[in-house]
Write a protein that binds this ligand. Structure first.
Ligand code: NAD
Length: 478
């Protein structure tokens, strides 16, 4: 790839996301040469830091993940500048504009701007509006707005946020991050489907018994109790990441290359989500909140810092999602996510039925796509590496792309710099998924939950097992 030029303006440049994810990813791009001479990074936050102090924090964060020569880190850090900034102060945007213009001249950055919102979500709209009204957007380069999660907390707030940012930026310049879309396996699913016609022919309600998506964490909320109390796992993981994972496996036409077509197929899939009545919510979704562990050593959720003693926030959910589409009607998509589960795991299990033998796939085969690779396995067939499974419906002409091991944020930043929006979420997708999630949330908010209801280090409440048993199914990962 050739060198890219841009001025990055990172709102929340002193924060955790910026230091833990963004700066290390930019550094990797620097080492590959994608970023070289023609870029600069302006970090902004309220604190009055000097450039030197800011560069020091950047280097410290790099030292945690890299053992490169400090000289390279220092060279890289010379591209970093700090501007103290309050999101509500118009004057500060003028200062930012002038600094960006100056650095653009200095580094010959082609008038390109990447505005990255690594800041509390309540500021996203304000910042976007000011960028527009104070004239930060350049005339001859590009101006791309990057929005972190969460994108709203329900359909109404997401609509309001979207209204605010779309007054300032056209949809084509908005990059809404869902970092699961930056993960290699998720990006590779369309290729796997497109390159394996037998597998693709089996991906529908004639041959699939059910599909299971699990995003399990072994940790609790740690120091993010304050944020978690406003969210819960349904908003934090299901509305965005799990839905997008389903989008990658279940939307039509994996061969499509055009971003517009790919997004349309995903929008169509989400538009066919079978929305739930309150009674269906009770039947199809279960919720849980972790208690201490078997030994009583770990904190229960309600004992965590900044968490209410009687918190009704769920740290676990399992549910049955269905679609009203020709391809998928009748196939349950069982989804599950939780904290304090036995292991960290991110996986998709596709359970085929008996009829699949018509296509030359052994009846009742289970295909597992590991989103987070373990012991170098990425794809399992009936629990063993696909290459040793004795079945040939998944093959690769050459080593699959998912061995390239690139960090999600790195890959997403490359896309932003290249103007490739395939791996970002569109407003239409969010509208459908929020509508779906809201019906569950509203039902739950109207009923008191009997929390805590699962022991830390377990697979969640028993109701999660019963959800599948009732349909004659069971979780593949248990
Ligand atoms: P953080 O609290 O560590 O950082 C927030 C930043 O905003 C700081 O730099 C702070 O100085 C700045 N800030 C706060 N008030 C300001 C104001 N009035 N004017 C200007 N700057 C102000 O938060 P974070 O964890 O880095 O998260 C940032 C965003 O990224 C949030 O939207 C969060 O939801 C999202 N996110 C974070 C993570 C993560 O791993 N940390 C993961 C996914 C998404």
């Amino acid at each position: 790839d050739t060198e890219k030029s841009a001025i990055f303006i990172i709102f929340g440049g002193s924060g955790d996301l910026a230091h833990r994810k963004l700066y290390p990813s930019l550094f990797r791009l620097y080492k590959t040469g994608l970023l070289k001479d023609h870029f600069a990074v302006i970090g902004t936050a309220r604190r009055p830091w000097s450039d030197d102090y800011f560069r020091g924090t950047v280097i410290t964060s790099l030292e945690e993940s890299f053992d490169d020569d400090k000289k390279i880190m220092e060279e890289f850090a010379k591209h970093f500048f700090y501007q103290s900034h309050d999101v509500n102060d118009s004057e500060h945007y003028i200062a930012l504009k002038n600094l960006a213009a100056k650095l653009d001249d200095q580094f010959e950055a082609g008038h390109n701007r990447v505005y990255y919102m690594a800041i509390a979500p309540r500021f996203f709209g304000t910042v976007a509006e000011h960028l527009n009204s104070e004239g930060l957007k350049t005339k001859d380069g590009y101006n791309r707005l990057v929005i972190e999660k969460p994108f709203g907390r329900d359909l109404d707030s997401a609509c309001e946020l979207n209204g605010n940012i779309s007054k300032a930026f056209p949809e084509d310049d908005i990059y809404r991050i869902d970092h699961y879309l930056g993960k290699e396996m998720i990006q590779d699913i369309p290729n796997i489907r497109a390159n394996n016609p037998k597998f693709e022919a089996a991906l529908n309600n004639k041959y699939v018994s059910n599909i299971q998506v699990t995003l399990a964490e072994s940790l609790g909320v740690e120091d993010r109790g304050g944020y978690y109390e406003t969210a819960g796992v349904l908003r934090d993981m299901v509305q965005n990441h799990i839905m997008q994972i389903i989008g990658s496996i279940a939307s039509d036409d994996p061969e499509a290359k055009d971003a517009g077509v790919i997004h349309k197929n995903k929008c169509d899939l989400f538009a066919s989500l079978k929305n739930l009545t309150p009674e269906e919510v009770d039947k199809n979704f279960v919720r849980g909140q972790y208690d201490t562990d078997e030994l009583g050593d770990e904190k229960a959720y309600r004992q965590e810092d900044k968490v209410a003693e009687d918190s009704q926030i769920e740290t676990f959910t399992a549910g049955k999602v269905e679609f009203n589409s020709k391809r998928w009607s009748g196939v349950p998509f069982y989804v599950r996510s939780g904290k304090r589960m036995p292991n960290k795991a991110s996986r998709i299990d596709i359970v085929f039925n008996e009829k699949v033998s018509e296509l030359g796939i052994k009846p009742n085969t289970v295909l597992t796509l590991l989103i987070e690779r373990t012991n170098d396995h990425s794809i399992l067939i009936n629990g063993i590496d696909y290459k040793e499974s004795g079945q040939d419906f998944i093959k690769f002409p050459e080593e699959p792309e998912f061995t390239k091991a690139c960090e999600a944020y790195e890959s997403l930043i490359i896309d932003i710099l290249s103007g490739n929006r395939v791996h970002f979420t569109l407003w239409d997708e969010l509208r459908s998924t929020w509508k779906y999630i809201d019906s569950i949330r509203e039902r739950w908010d109207s009923q008191k939950a009997d929390f805590p209801n699962y022991i830390s280090g377990t697979m969640g409440p028993d109701s999660a097992e019963m959800l599948l048993e009732r349909d004659g199914n069971s979780w593949i990962w248990d």
